[in-house]
Design a protein around this ligand. Structure first.
Ligand code: SF4
Length: 401
């Protein structure tokens, strides 16, 4: 059974590039079966320890000790503290996938992150390594906003408009293996929030237009801020409207075709968040991720990837004040790590990534103990054809100048 709902309430005061309408999205009931239209699975078999079990920390330590070098635990920056304490390495999704590939002796890669990240790790690691996602319901709402069927339909629309052969796809790392495979099969590349500019520059060397998937904000922000595009150079393809809601003329005139997807965490920050924090903390530096809306990015002092945010705060002088627009688990950790600076969350409301937060200590203990007992659970495995095409796109990214 599926429930169709929205990722967040309709924005009643949208900026010109906000999310004025709710995006229908399958929110899966937690339980058995999988949704073929989603990048997630939902099954989480087995007996989970109770969250109230006072021995969870010791149980996780003991299971890791039993597994030794056979297990390598990856922790994304947005994970809870209770989980991140067991990570052998922390980072963003691409760094973690590469770290896993650099540890071939690790038979099990336990990925504390979300589904698309575990898929990327499976693509980049050897066949002898098995990637485990402690809770299969840890998906990503942004990745779910572009399904393989929708993207194939979009390509047909571009073909009918006579622009497909002048277009190259560029897909954000935050996409399913299917979308990465589509990108590879159509001559495109993957990008991260750190190298989006280089990916777009490469793409415009290959073709006249780019189809940017699935995060409209990263695509728009990079093109306008870093490549000098105008907002009018960009159009937004809405997969829930006939022909993406665009005319053939609009597609022919556009230089950048943005998929109508967004991050439900970063999409919450608004111009009001920026104005409000500037009033509350005079002299504050506003530092945001490029997944934020264009008007928020335009109003910020500094913009950059998660790794850029971490480096910026490391280099900031003592006594400086920072309002950070990214996921709350990370902002809290940064705030604790920089006691000599004032580091606050950009918005007044709490804003965790709910799917990242699905990975909690009981799920991690369950996964580690199962592996230590010789049972492989929640393995994420990308099929060979998808993996081959997705790898093409990832390798093009690795070869970017
Ligand atoms: S923070 Fe946004 S992009 Fe990252 S996993 Fe959560 S919903 Fe997806």
């Amino acid at each position: 059974m599926r429930v169709v709902t929205t990722t967040h309430a309709p924005d009643l005061t949208p900026g010109p590039y906000g999310e004025p309408e709710p995006t229908p999205l399958a929110l899966l009931l937690l339980g058995r079966s999988a949704d073929p239209n989603s990048e997630r699975g939902v099954e989480c078999p087995g007996e989970l320890p109770a969250p109230s079990d006072p021995d969870l920390v010791e149980r996780a330590r003991a299971a890791k000790r039993r597994l030794g070098d056979r297990v390598f635990v990856l922790g994304h920056h947005y994970q809870r503290d209770e989980v991140i304490q067991f990570a052998d390495v922390t980072g963003d999704s691409f760094k973690l996938a590469r770290d896993a590939a650099a540890r071939p002796e690790a038979e099990y890669i336990v990925f504390c992150g979300v589904h698309f990240m575990a898929e990327s790790a499976d693509i980049l690691t050897s066949d002898a390594q098995q990637v485990i996602l402690p809770d299969l319901a840890a998906g990503c709402s942004m990745a779910d906003m572009a399904t393989a069927e929708q993207v194939a339909e979009c390509w047909d629309v571009l073909t009918d408009a006579g622009v497909a052969d002048r277009t190259v796809p560029v897909s954000y790392m935050n996409s399913s293996a299917d979308i990465k495979a589509f990108t590879g099969a159509h001559g495109g590349t993957i990008c991260t929030s750190s190298n989006a500019r280089r990916a777009l520059e490469w793409a415009y060397g290959q073709a006249e237009k780019v189809l940017f998937l699935p995060d409209q904000h990263l695509g728009r922000n990079t093109a306008v801020r870093e490549l000098g595009f105008s907002l009018e150079d960009c159009v937004v393809y809405n997969p829930h409207r006939p022909n993406g809601g665009l005319t053939p003329e609009q597609l022919r005139d556009a230089r950048l075709i943005l998929w109508r997807g967004h991050c439900s965490v970063h999409g919450r920050f608004s111009l009001d968040s920026v104005r409000d924090v500037r009033e509350r903390i005079p002299g504050v530096n506003v530092l945001v991720h490029p997944e934020c809306r264009h008007e928020v990015v335009a109003a910020a002092d500094h913009v950059g990837s998660t790794e850029h945010i971490i480096r910026t705060l490391d280099a900031a002088p003592a006594g400086s004040a920072w309002a950070v627009g990214t996921e709350l688990n990370l902002v809290r950790r940064l705030s604790r790590a920089h006691q000599d600076k004032q580091v606050v969350f950009l918005d007044r409301t709490v804003c965790f990534c709910s799917t990242m937060n699905r990975i909690d200590l009981p799920h991690l203990v369950w996964a580690l103990e199962s592996l230590a007992d010789g049972r492989v659970v929640n393995r994420i495995q990308v099929d060979a054809e998808t993996e081959a095409n997705a790898k093409l796109a990832l390798e093009r990214m690795l070869a970017l100048p």
